[in-house]
Design a protein around this ligand. Structure first.
Ligand SMILES: Nc1ncnc2c1ncn2[C@@H]1O[C@H](COP(=O)(O)OP(=O)(O)OP(=O)(O)O)[C@@H](O)[C@H]1O
Length: 367
């Protein structure tokens, strides 16, 4: 899949931007704070309905303006798709696909697949479990919208159970109603765990081989699902039983703490390189390479799952990689439409790139 045209209006520092894009490599070069990442962000926004760097949608509306508008024309194996997003300070976000208004963000998921890699992805390895859970939730939701809905449901049940746990402390008789919430939590949580385990099993294969290639065979990477409940793929019934057993065990503790202490909302991914947990013990370089392998393996996974390559967004990463890794990265991208932002084009000196378009970005304008 690739994006043919991008149109932005009152979007961040762009009053108006109309770009015809190359189906292979698009390079955005310019000094700092000119608007390169803003373009990457807009494409990402059209794929998942949210920005990767602002939690508040309205921040992307150009300062002093009332509304922002984005449109992308995508060429996919299912034909042309037009995605439009409208944001205004007064109304809720409007998303359209081929002119039809989408009622929920879930309907946008999987329409346009992107893989974004930026220096912040280092956080994926070295920060706490929240980053890695978000990674799982985002990527699986894109591939399986039913995961997204299960997650919404799980979080609702979790909130209600936590609310009840707090009330039981004051009014112990309410404990009789807890099994009702336990059952719902177990049902929805087990679905989430099983889909995460499936995802990790698949992505492990691609990450291993990519990492082996990038590190010339010196490093062996392995991903594990880290959970108090389960670590390997099991039948649904088995996951439910384990969840039920552990939830029972933690019930007194949960009441004492007023919160649910076990479940997929507490799980993590363990990342070993040569059998060492690199979340805590990896060097910066090892962590960066692991993040790169993990992100690039998504390209292969999405291709196997959907029959179509995603769009790759590389924000400011060229300067972070040594020459060998830059070459490996570029050469692995033959069939993938790729967006690269950079402050200079020195990385092109040693890399032959025939199919490309270069845009110079200056103060919210592209030349
Ligand atoms: N809502 C907004 N309205 C107007 N301008 C904005 C808005 N949000 C951000 N900007 C401006 O956009 C610019 C930053 O753009 P962007 O992050 O794309 O820069 P960049 O070219 O990628 O820079 P760097 O190389 O430093 O990463 C800044 O000048 C910032 O002030």
């Amino acid at each position: 899949m690739y994006i043919e045209e991008l149109h932005l209006k009152n979007y961040r520092n762009y009053n108006q931007l109309d770009l015809k894009l190359h189906p292979k490599i698009n390079i955005f070069v310019g000094n700092n704070a000119q608007g390169k990442t803003n373009i990457i962000e807009s494409i990402y926004l059209m794929s998942i309905g949210k920005s990767h760097r602002s939690s508040k949608d309205k921040e992307i509306i150009a300062w002093g303006q009332d509304h922002a508008f984005l449109m992308g024309k995508f060429n996919t194996t299912q034909g042309q798709k037009t995605i439009e997003i409208g944001l205004s300070h007064q109304r809720k976000k409007l998303i359209k696909r081929n002119g039809i208004v989408l009622e929920k963000i879930g309907e946008l998921l999987g329409q346009v697949n992107t893989v974004l890699f930026s220096p912040e992805d280092l956080r994926l390895i070295k920060e706490g479990p929240v980053e890695r859970r978000n990674f799982l939730d985002r990527e699986i939701s894109n591939l399986r919208p039913q995961y997204y809905y299960a997650l919404l449901e799980y979080n609702k049940i979790l909130q209600q159970r936590n609310h009840l746990l707090k009330k039981i402390k004051i009014q112990p008789s309410l404990r009789d109603t807890l099994p009702l919430w336990n059952e719902q939590l177990i049902n929805m949580g087990s679905k989430i765990i099983q889909m995460r385990l499936h995802f990790l099993k698949k992505i492990n294969v691609f990450t291993k081989s990519l990492h082996h290639e990038i590190t010339d065979g010196f490093e062996k990477i392995e991903l594990f699902y880290q959970s108090t409940l389960i670590s390997s793929l099991e039948e649904m019934q088995q996951i439910k039983e384990l969840f039920g057993k552990e939830l029972k065990k933690s019930e007194n503790n949960d009441i004492k703490k007023g919160t649910t202490t076990i479940g997929p909302h507490r799980d993590d991914i363990k990342i070993n390189v040569n059998k060492i947990d690199i979340r805590s013990f990896g060097s910066q370089g090892q962590q960066r390479t692991a993040a790169l392998s993990l992100k690039l393996s998504l390209i292969q996974l999405i291709y196997t799952e959907t029959g179509e390559f995603p769009i790759l967004l590389l924000d400011d990463v060229m300067s972070e990689l040594d020459q060998k890794r830059q070459k490996k990265l570029i050469h692995s991208l033959q069939e993938v439409q790729t967006f690269i932002t950079c402050t200079d084009l020195s990385f092109l000196e040693d890399i032959e790139l025939k199919e490309k378009k270069i845009f110079e970005i200056q103060e919210g304008r592209a030349k």
